[in-house]
Design a protein around this ligand. Structure first.
Ligand SMILES: [Fe+2]
Length: 290
């Protein structure tokens, strides 16, 4: 039995478990059971887990993606994605740095790694340093509740649709530069149904992201109109939990039942050191692009 405090009745709970060391079978099962119901799980730790502890905890939930051929790393773990605004030496990226411009695109609603054929299940984001005054909360939206609330005619219309997800579609939409051909080759788009069954809860869910560049059978303007409608519908306040970070927090979310977005802060003045692991539906090793 794992204790939890509900943070949002639809989708978020604080999970009271010691995740720093090896998990017992019952704690592990209790966390999964809670996550199936509340796809955003918050673990408040007194201080951040070490990178090794973060990776070890993540591995209990499936295959953790690894990056290869990366150059200078601020965080020297192939499983840790550096989601900070800091370069390899720990200095804040200049305002026009391409890596920072691409990271800012995470302020668009998305689900992680939907542009890959092997989808992400859980992401686990650990807060090592945050801007002051609760700035830059991360927002999450429940794609099962949003699906349930859609008008029946929209459900029928979108049920058979397949969407193409392209990493660079959201990077450019978010204000980043056009990628090079070599970059595009490293991250080709992937196709996924727009509606699927969330494995954890058995509920139907939207699988939606700003990475979507086209929908099969739809003209470009019709794709945009449908996406604009679904995005606005699915991110209405009643479906959204906003997490205000404390140093030491790990937020674990189920990408197959939610979307999320980062929110703006003064990334030229304040250090924000966030580190992510990503659990995938199967083993994946990725080339680094940035
Ligand atoms: Fe993300």
């Amino acid at each position: 039995m794992v204790e939890a405090t509900v943070l949002h009745p639809l989708l978020a709970a604080e999970i009271h478990a010691d995740i720093r060391g090896p998990l017992t079978e019952s704690t592990h099962a209790g966390i999964i059971s809670l996550m199936d119901h509340y796809p955003v799980g918050v673990f408040r730790n007194k201080k951040p887990l070490s990178d090794a502890e973060h990776v070890a905890f993540s591995r209990r939930f499936g295959p953790v993606e690894r990056m290869k051929t990366r150059g200078d790393l601020r965080v020297p773990f192939p499983e840790i994605i550096d989601q900070s605004n800091l370069d390899a030496n720990g200095a804040i990226f200049p305002d026009d740095d391409k890596r920072l411009l691409y990271k800012r695109a995470n302020r668009l609603w998305h689900t992680d790694m939907s542009f890959h054929a092997v989808r992400a299940t859980y992401s686990l984001l650990s807060a090592h340093a945050i801007p002051p005054d609760g700035a830059a909360p991360t927002e999450f939206a429940d794609m099962r509740a949003a699906y349930d609330a859609l008008p029946e005619e929209i459900k029928l219309r979108i049920e058979p649709l397949v969407a193409e997800h392209d990493y660079y579609h959201s990077r450019v939409a978010g204000g980043g530069p056009e990628p090079t051909l070599a970059e595009r080759k490293l991250r080709p788009p992937a196709k996924h149904p727009l509606v699927h069954v969330h494995p954890g809860s058995g509920r139907k869910s939207l699988y939606l992201a700003s990475h979507i560049s086209r929908i099969g059978g739809y003209a470009a303007e019709d794709t945009q109109a449908l996406l604009d409608y679904l995005m606005a519908f699915a991110t209405q306040p009643q479906f959204v939990y906003a997490h205000t970070w404390r140093v030491g927090d790990i937020v674990m979310w189920d990408n197959l039942a939610t979307m999320h977005r980062a929110t703006p802060f003064d990334d030229q003045q304040y250090r924000r050191d966030m580190r992510r692991t990503t659990v995938r539906e199967g083993n994946v090793e990725l080339e680094a692009v940035l």
